[in-house]
Structures are given as structure tokens and as C-alpha cells.
Design a protein around this ligand. Structure first.
Ligand code: SAH
Length: 218
């Protein structure tokens, strides 16, 4: 192996080690995160730091989440290969790419058209054909494709948005960070039952806010 290949292999091993040591233990999730390289989802200056367990800036003033948080949220979502999943907050597309390895079909929406376009290019390059990325205000969900088996929101809402709750199947699970945008938020898991919704609090997190309407670029 060349020094370069050695170096990349070592950084990837450290990446997986960091995930495990922060509680990402689900085999299928770890396999998906081993397979999907985070590098292509980060452009420019910060791409050097793709294998660090840190959130990093992306276009439109947004952030790609910390890998261990992506892993923990994906694990909490309990995705199976029969599931149709909605992600609100495409951002870089990294979380959607991980979900594409576990789910039957992934719909991901972002209010910034540029992020949706750039993420779609990566999905095409990587041949991730079960992801559809759409520019939309995700607080209203995707009524045309509803209901969903799983919903993951990767921006913080003050409360779990009503339209998303309504678009969750019975037995379905939604993961959503809840709280004010400039403070620590709580990651919540909502499970829809025959008679209502069960709520579990998972852990403190910090996400950019869920914002109403489309971005100025689309
Ligand atoms: N999951 C992403 C990180 C998301 S950052 C990743 O893997 O990289 C949060 C994203 O939520 C941002 O891109 C932001 O534009 C988007 N967002 C915020 N409010 C939204 C809304 N109402 N509808 C759709 N997307 C929204």
C-alpha cells in the first residue's frame, strides 16, 4: 500500500472507532457508514476534516451534522429495508445517503434549492438510485408521498410539526430535535401507536433551526 492509501485507511478506522465509542453499535448502521464516504459531501476548505467527528460548515450557511450524531439518530430510527423514509433537511445529503443503504426508498427535502441540486449530483455519482431530493418547506412534510414508515428531521423545531406527525404511519417512528435554536435542544423519538403518540427523550443535541418557507435561492 502507498503512504496515501495507508493514511486514508487509518483515518477511516479512526472514524469508525469514534462512532463506536460514542455509542453507534448497530451493525447495519456501522456498515452503511463505512461504505458511504463522508468526503464528497463536504466541499472546499473543510473537506480535509471529513473524517473527524465534528459538524462542519456547508453551503447556504448550514452544517453537515457530526457523524456520531448521524449514527445515533439513524440507529434510533430503526430502519428496515421495507421502509419508506422522509428526511427533512437534506443539507449536504450525507444523512440521506446513509439512510439509502438501510431503507427501501428515501425522500429528502430542503428549503435551499442549491443544497438539493448539489446533493442530487452526489447521489447520481454514487448511484444511490433510491433517493429523491426535493426543494420544499419540509415542515409540511411531503403529502404526495405520505404516509411514511420513518421520518427524520435534521433541523430543530420548537415542537414536532403537526403535518409530520400526521404523515407518520401507525407503528412509524420519527426522530426530531426539539427546542429553541440557540440553546441545547433535546432529541425526541416519537412513535405512532393505534391511539396516539409515544414520546421518548434521547439526548441533548444542537441543530440549525427549522425555518419556514423556501430559501432565497429557491
Ligand atoms: N442532514 C443534513 C444536515 C442538515 S442541516 C446532512 O446530512 O448534511 C439542516 C438543514 O435543514 C439545512 O440544510 C436547512 O436548509 C434545512 N431546513 C431548515 N428548515 C427547513 C424546512 N422548513 N424545510 C426543509 N429544510 C429545512
Amino acid at each position: 500500500m502507498s503512504d496515501d492509501t495507508d493514511h486514508i485507511a487509518e483515518r477511516k478506522m479512526q472514524f469508525l472507532f469514534a462512532l463506536r465509542s460514542r455509542g453507534v453499535t448497530d451493525k447495519a448502521v456501522l456498515t452503511a457508514m463505512e461504505k458511504i464516504d463522508r468526503g464528497p459531501f463536504i466541499r472546499g476548505y473543510f473537506s480535509e476534516r471529513a473524517y473527524e467527528d465534528m459538524p462542519l460548515p456547508i453551503a447556504c450557511g448550514q452544517t453537515i451534522s457530526q457523524p456520531s450524531v448521524v449514527g445515533l439518530m439513524t440507529q434510533a430510527l430503526k430502519v428496515s429495508n421495507r421502509d419508506k423514509v422522509l428526511e427533512v433537511g437534506t443539507g449536504s445529503g450525507y444523512q440521506a445517503a446513509i439512510l439509502s443503504q438501510l431503507a427501501r426508498r428515501v425522500y429528502t427535502v430542503d428549503r435551499h434549492k442549491r443544497l438539493v441540486t448539489e446533493a442530487s449530483e452526489i447521489f447520481r455519482d454514487l448511484d444511490l438510485t433510491n433517493i429523491t431530493a426535493i426543494t420544499a418547506d419540509g415542515s409540511f412534510g411531503l403529502p404526495d408521498q405520505a404516509p411514511f414508515d420513518r421520518i427524520i428531521v435534521t433541523a430543530a423545531a420548537e415542537d414536532p410539526p403537526g403535518p409530520l406527525l400526521a404523515q407518520l404511519k401507525i407503528g412509524g417512528i420519527m426522530i426530531v430535535p426539539v427546542g429553541q435554536s440557540d440553546t441545547v435542544q433535546r432529541l425526541i423519538r416519537v412513535t405512532r401507536t393505534e391511539i396516539g403518540f409515544d414520546y421518548d427523550e434521547l439526548r441533548p443535541v444542537r441543530f440549525v433551526p427549522l425555518v419556514e418557507g423556501l430559501g432565497r435561492d429557491g
